[in-house]
Design a protein around this ligand. Structure first.
Ligand code: DLL
Length: 433
C-alpha cells in the first residue's frame, strides 16, 4: 500500500511531537501578532507565545468556538492581509451568516498534499479517473478533493452534484475508477444503478472516498455491494481546512488524523476537561501549518475517540473513530450543515415572532427530506388562507436562499408538536441508518 508522504505519515512519535511543538510555536506567534481575538485572550491570561515550551502548555489557551467566528465575521480571524489570500470558502454559521475561511498559496499547497494523503490511503494513483460528485462552490469538499487528485496526477472528472443519470452515464462511458461524494449521494447512485438494471461489477469503479457527513457501517456495506468495491470514510471541517483532516486507509479501522498538521484533543463537552486516551468525547483541533486561517483549540462539536495503537498500514498517525453524534444540535441534510438557530432567524425575519416549530428528518429511498412544521400562532392564524400559503412559500424560499436546500413546510395545530419538559423537541431525526 503506497503512502503519499511517508516522512510525515510514518514519523516516530517523539519526532512528531518535536515537529508539532515547533509548528505550534510558529502558529501561536502568527495569531498573537495578527488576530485580535487571540491577542486579547493571551493578554487576558497574561501570557505570550514564548511561554509555550511544551505541547501540554496548549491547554493554557481557551477554546475557539463557532460563536467566536460569528462575532468576527467575515474576516476577523484571518491572520494575513486579504492580498495574500488566494481562496475563500464558507460553511454554515450558527446564524444566517456563514463562517468564512481563507487560504494562502501555501495553505492551498498544504491542503492539496493532505488530501493527496487520504486519496493515496484509499488506493488512488496517477492512473485513476476520479469523478468528483461533491457540489463545487463554497463547500470545501469538491475543491479539496479536486486539488488532491490533481496533486497525485490522477485525471479529475468534475461532475459536481445532481443529474444522477448523467453521473452514471459518465461513470460507464469515461470508465471512472474512483468516486468521490457524500455517502448519502453514493446510496442514491447505487439505487439508481439498480433500478436501471446495471450490474455494478460492469463499472470500472475500484474505490470511493466518501465523507462530509456521518454514515454507518451498514451504509458502507450497501455502497460496497451496490456501487464500488471499496468505500473509505473521510473527515474534515471547513474551519480547520476542509477535507484532509483525517481519512481511512484500506485497513478501514479508523481515520488517520494528520498530526503533523493538526493537534487533536478529546474533551468532556460539559466541563472542557481533557479526557484520558481512548475516551469518547468532543474532538478539539489546533492547526499547525495554516497561514491565513489558523485555528487554536477549535471545538468541532463532533463526538469521537482516538486510538493511538499501531495500524497495519504503517502510518503512525492517530486514528479517530467514526463520529458518534454532536454536542450541539447541528444536522446535516443532503450534505449541507443546518442549525436550528438558522431556522429561528429565518422565521423571525419573516413573521417578527418566535413561532414554535419542529424540524423532522426522514429518508425517502436514499434521499433526505427535511420538513419544518410550524405551529399556527394567533399571528399566523389571523392571516387569510392565501397569505398563509404565501408565508409557507416564503419560508421555503428563504431556507433555500440562506441554507441552500429544498425543504417541506407545513402549518400544524397549536400545541401539537412533541414537547419535552415543556420545550419543543426542535430536531426529530427519523433517518434510518
Ligand atoms: O464537510 C469537509 C469535508 C468535505 C470532509 C468532504 C470530508 C469530505 P463542513 O461542511 O464544514 O466540512 O462540515 C463539517 O461535517 O464537523 C462533521 O460534523 C461533519 N463531517 C464531515 N466529515 C464527516 C465524516 C466538510 N466523515 C462537519 N463523518 C463536521 C461524520 C463528518 N461527520
Amino acid at each position: 500500500m503506497k503512502i503519499w508522504d511517508p516522512l510525515h505519515e510514518c514519523m516516530p512519535r517523539e519526532d512528531l511531537e518535536q515537529l508539532q511543538l515547533e509548528r505550534l510555536q510558529f502558529t501561536l506567534n502568527r495569531v498573537y501578532k495578527n488576530v485580535m481575538h487571540y491577542r486579547k485572550k493571551f493578554n487576558e491570561l497574561g501570557i505570550i507565545p514564548e511561554d509555550f515550551q511544551s505541547l501540554a502548555d496548549l491547554k493554557k489557551l481557551p477554546f475557539t468556538t463557532k460563536e467566536d467566528l460569528g462575532i468576527d465575521y467575515p474576516y476577523g480571524f484571518f491572520a494575513v492581509p486579504l492580498r495574500e489570500v488566494v481562496r475563500i470558502h464558507s460553511s454554515s454559521g450558527i446564524s444566517t451568516k456563514p463562517i468564512v475561511v481563507g487560504y494562502t498559496r501555501n495553505d492551498v499547497r498544504m491542503w492539496s498534499n493532505l488530501v493527496a494523503r487520504i486519496m493515496t490511503a484509499a488506493g488512488v494513483t496517477r492512473d485513476d479517473l476520479v469523478q468528483i460528485a461533491f457540489r463545487y462552490g463554497l463547500f470545501t469538499g469538491a475543491f479539496g478533493l479536486h486539488y488532491g487528485a490533481e496533486t497525485i496526477g490522477a485525471s479529475v472528472i468534475p461532475t459536481s452534484t445532481g443529474n444522477t443519470e448523467r453521473q452514471i452515464m459518465i461513470m460507464q462511458d469515461y470508465k471512472t475508477t474512483v468516486l468521490v461524494c457524500t455517502p448519502s449521494y453514493a446510496l442514491i447512485l447505487a439505487d439508481r444503478i439498480k433500478e436501471l438494471g446495471i450490474d455494478p461489477k460492469s463499472l470500472s469503479l475500484k474505490t470511493g472516498l466518501f465523507g462530509g457527513e456521518p454514515w454507518s457501517e451498514a451504509m458502507r456495506s450497501t455502497i460496497e455491494s451496490g456501487l464500488c468495491p471499496t468505500a473509505t470514510d473521510n473527515y474534515g471541517l471547513s474551519e480547520v481546512i476542509g477535507p484532509g483532516v483525517a481519512g481511512e486507509c484500506l485497513c478501514k479501522d479508523g481515520m488517520h488524523i494528520f498530526e503533523d498538521a493538526f493537534i487533536p484533543e478529546i474533551i468532556d463537552p460539559a466541563t472542557g476537561e481533557a479526557l484520558p486516551p481512548g475516551s469518547t468525547g468532543e474532538l478539539v483541533l489546533t492547526s499547525l501549518t495554516k497561514e491565513a486561517f489558523p485555528m487554536i483549540r477549535y471545538r468541532t462539536r463532533d463526538i469521537t475517540s482516538l486510538d493511538y495503537g499501531s495500524c497495519k498500514c504503517g502510518r503512525t498517525m492517530v486514528r479517530m473513530k467514526k463520529t458518534q453524534g454532536r454536542t450541539d444540535d447541528m444536522i446535516i441534510v443532503k450534505g449541507v450543515n443546518v442549525y436550528p438557530s438558522q431556522v429561528d432567524e429565518i422565521l423571525f425575519s419573516i413573521q417578527q415572532e418566535h413561532a414554535p416549530y419542529q424540524m423532522t428528518l426522514t429518508r425517502k429511498g436514499a434521499l433526505d427530506i427535511l420538513e419544518i412544521r410550524i405551529e399556527v400562532t394567533s399571528k399566523i392564524f389571523s392571516l387569510v388562507m392565501k397569505s398563509q400559503r404565501a408565508f409557507v412559500e416564503q419560508v421555503k424560499k428563504r431556507v433555500k436562499s440562506v441554507i441552500g436546500i429544498d425543504i417541506d413546510v407545513s402549518l400544524v395545530e397549536p400545541g401539537s408538536l412533541r414537547r419535552q419538559e415543556g420545550n419543543i423537541v426542535k430536531v426529530v431525526d427519523q433517518r434510518q441508518e
